[in-house]
Write a protein that binds this ligand. Structure first.
Ligand SMILES: [Zn+2]
Length: 324
């Protein structure tokens, strides 16, 4: 997921957690999985600011990881993926690509990709990568919301755009979102939303302990979470408000999907279980009548490379190596 990634939310069957896919992070250049003959795939996550990749084992372990600033041309993307491919010391099963925007998973065509990656619009990712006989699977990443996994498959909807959970409207009179709608979850609970809200507090000279760095950088979401934990009044206000919106969104998702489990990912998941603690009871309270049970809310463990592990998982799912 890109550095500016917000919350990524996904509802997956608990079986995916039970078989330990993506249940742990092992970043090691000791190719233990290769030694054991475990199937490997290359996962690539193309974000607006960074591109990440890894050689990933069937259990979701990252054997070796790579990242660099996002490509700005088709040939730069091709070259990055092939440089990763060369690092794999044993044959891989395929290349899974997660990319922002809307991807036609069946053909790997990028149907829509606003912003810095617009050069990919209309491109077939399998052709861009041109990896010979090696299968290339593609899917939109979870940056703009999330995904619903239904009976072991990503739910695409009629036009392939389903799962943009970040764009559920929480405030019809809210701010304009990248998607063209207003008041989306993304505009209230995301790294950028939290950072801009904190900046607004600083701009109004509200009591705030963080300040603009000597290099002109404004506090990032991670620093704001830390500041809130240390009692920074503005940070507490910003985080409390963002969590209110997250709770409301999760209640919506639970009512719509009635999932076995709800997984929170993205860089924001680095805040860990304490992120959900203040809103867990609220969510349970608001869903108990219709759901009649408490849906487990867990955190993706592969912080920072969850999109990469997920992209590789597309290959394993496609080849029925991952039993869900
Ligand atoms: Zn939106």
């Amino acid at each position: 997921m890109p550095a500016d990634a917000s919350s990524a939310t996904a509802m997956l069957p608990s079986r995916i957690a039970q078989n330990r896919y993506n249940a742990q992070t092992i970043v090691s250049d000791k190719l233990t999985s290769a030694d054991s003959g475990e199937p490997l795939a290359i996962g690539v996550d193309i974000g607006g600011t960074a591109i990440k990749a890894a050689i990933v084992g069937l259990r979701g372990d990252l054997l070796e990881s790579f990242h660099e600033p996002s490509p700005r041309t088709v040939s730069a993307l091709h070259d990055f993926v092939h440089s990763v491919l060369k690092r794999a010391k044993v044959p891989v099963r395929g290349i899974g690509i997660g990319c922002k925007g809307i991807i036609d998973a069946a053909s790997s065509r990028v149907k829509s990709c606003p912003g810095d990656l617009c050069f990919l619009e209309g491109q077939l990712l399998s052709e861009v990568i041109a990896a010979g006989d090696l299968p290339v699977c593609a899917e939109n990443d979870a940056r703009m919301g999330g995904a619903a996994l239904v009976d072991g498959a990503i739910f695409h909807g009629a036009g392939g755009a389903a799962g943009h959970l970040g764009h559920v409207t929480l405030d019809p009179r809210g701010g304009l979102c990248i998607c063209g709608s207003y008041g989306c979850l993304e505009t209230h609970f995301s790294s950028r939303a939290i950072e801009s809200d904190y900046w607004a507090h600083m701009h109004r000279a509200a009591p705030a302990k963080l300040s603009v760095g000597s290099d002109g950088r404004r506090p990032d979401a991670e620093a704001i979470f830390r500041a809130a934990a240390n009692g920074d009044e503005s940070a507490c206000c910003v985080i409390d408000r963002a969590l209110e919106y997250l709770a409301a969104a999760i209640v919506n998702f639970l009512h719509i999907f009635d999932p076995e489990i709800f997984i929170l990912g993205g860089n924001i998941a680095a805040a860990g279980p304490q992120l959900i603690a203040p809103i867990r009871d609220k969510i349970a309270q608001r869903t108990k009548i219709l759901l009649g049970r408490e849906v487990p809310i867990v955190f993706q463990k592969t912080i920072g490379y969850g999109g990469v592990a997920g992209a590789a998982g597309l290959v394993f799912l496609e080849q029925r190596l991952l039993a869900i």
